[in-house]
Design a protein around this ligand. Structure first.
Ligand code: HAM
Length: 419
């Protein structure tokens, strides 16, 4: 029986990965402009990092983690996100001892056992930023501006930036009580998940997709109305910075993210036309997380975006990523063993000079090789024919203009390098 890839995963073939590499190059270029360095953390971590970091009450920890016992009996989990790992690495590698803030980025696969649908996968890819060691509103604004900047450079239209403040340990407990007081009379009407959320984390009721929970939640008190002075001032300052940078935003007082670690600013950028999974990215401040996983209190802010959703948005807008890097040279040769050896030697020499080269490895006809050169859109062909070879020469053809000249074989590399 044929073995197929696991549900919710993808094979990315070269035509697609070429487009990913273009976006990745743009991301890395932006990171250089904004001063973020790359961190690569393990794909699996101690399960406790995520249960403590992401939060016991989240869907991710309760239902979506790929958890397994290793051969030593330790519970390990494939990373469902990278923020907790980045915090662990910040503590473990004593990055707090260097110049602050520490600005890191990552790019790679994440794993969540979710119900697969358009834009939602079990193995998906995130790019993210984490900025450690600054409590300033400008840090929040910098992270948001990075995300905004990226989608603009990709020409994605119809972006909606939604922001909220989810408060801090000073203002949240009183709000939680007020929220429970509000929802208590409706407990019988809420869905089973929200009844559970009512006890553990009533803010997450705002995240429910059920019509009835949404309707009940629409009249609930809002945390924005009861932020402590510090959170209020911080949020105002973030908004002022976004306005100064001409980044349009909407306040969404019911925006609660699916991870428990957020404090103060939370944000998402959405785009219409890519189905129910319209969030291109999300993030916010998480000033309590480093302490939660064993470090000294350190303010931090970051965001992550779904790579797959960038391509979904581009496809929905009939846009595509232009890929460069087509083939420089296709070498065509006759069947004769000496011709093939000379062609092979030239291919090695050209590649050594940074020129991309393809050639027929087997015994296909001259005509088939010509066709292959066309199909691969080679900029040049080098043709080893018996007569020219006898004179120590080969033909070099410019495929765009059709012009062809004969050159001594040892001069071909220099000629191509000049053109
Ligand atoms: P998140 O909202 O869970 O946040 O994920 C961020 C982005 O990853 C989403 O907006 C979406 O584009 C993409 N994404 C999430 N799950 C899937 C999936 N199953 N399939 C495809 N794409 C998906 C975080 O992960 C936080 N760590 C973000 C953060 C960084 N907050 C602070 N720093």
């Amino acid at each position: 029986m044929q073995i197929t890839r696991p549900r919710g995963t993808n094979d990315f073939l070269p035509e697609i990965t070429a487009k990913w590499q273009e976006v990745e190059a743009l991301l890395r270029c932006l990171c250089r402009e904004y001063g973020y360095g790359e961190i690569r953390t393990p794909l699996f971590e101690d399960t406790e990092l995520f249960s403590r970091g992401v939060g016991e009450t989240t869907d991710i920890v309760q239902k979506e983690m790929y958890t397994f016992a290793d051969h030593g009996g330790r519970s390990m989990t494939l990373r469902p996100e990278n923020t907790a790992s980045a915090c662990r690495a910040y503590i473990e590698n004593k990055l707090y001892g260097g110049v602050q803030p520490v600005k890191l980025y990552y790019l790679g696969p994440m794993f969540r056992y979710e119900k697969p649908q358009a834009g939602r996968f079990r193995q998906f890819h995130q790019f993210g930023l984490e900025l450690f060691g600054s409590a300033a509103p400008a840090a929040d604004a910098e992270v948001i501006s990075f995300a905004w900047d990226l989608y603009h450079r990709l020409h994605i239209k119809g972006l909606q930036l939604k922001i909220n403040s989810v408060g801090c340990p000073a203002c949240r407990p009183a709000y939680k009580t007020a929220l429970q007081d509000y929802f208590r009379p409706y407990l019988g009407e809420l869905c089973a998940t929200c009844r559970d959320r009512f006890e553990r984390n009533p803010l997450r009721i705002f995240d429910c997709k059920s019509e009835i929970c949404r309707r009940i939640g629409a009249e609930a008190p809002l945390l924005l109305d009861s932020l402590c002075p510090e959170c209020g001032e911080h949020f105002t300052a973030v908004q002022e910075l976004l306005t100064t940078a001409a980044i349009p935003f909407e306040l969404n007082p019911r925006l609660v993210r699916g991870l428990d670690y957020y404090t103060k600013t939370a944000f998402e950028i959405e785009v219409a036309g890519i189905g129910a999974q319209s969030a291109l990215c999300g993030g916010g401040r998480y000033d309590g997380l480093i302490e939660e996983i064993g470090g000294t209190p350190t303010p931090a802010v970051g965001f992550a975006l779904g790579m797959e959703r960038i391509f979904a948005a581009l496809a929905a807008q009939n846009d595509d990523i232009e890929t460069t890097g087509c083939l420089d040279v296709y070498i065509i040769s006759g069947m004769d063993k000496r011709l093939k050896q000379a062609a092979f030697a030239l291919a090695c020499r050209l590649r050594g000079s940074g020129i991309s080269v393809e050639m027929e490895l087997g015994d296909k006809s001259f005509k088939a090789q010509m066709k292959a050169a066309d199909r691969l859109q080679a900029a040049w062909t080098v043709i080893f024919g018996a007569n020219e070879f006898a004179a120590g020469q080969a033909a070099v053809r410019n495929m765009a203009s059709g012009e062809q000249i004969e050159l001594p074989i040892e001069d071909i590399r220099g000629y191509l390098m000049q053109h």
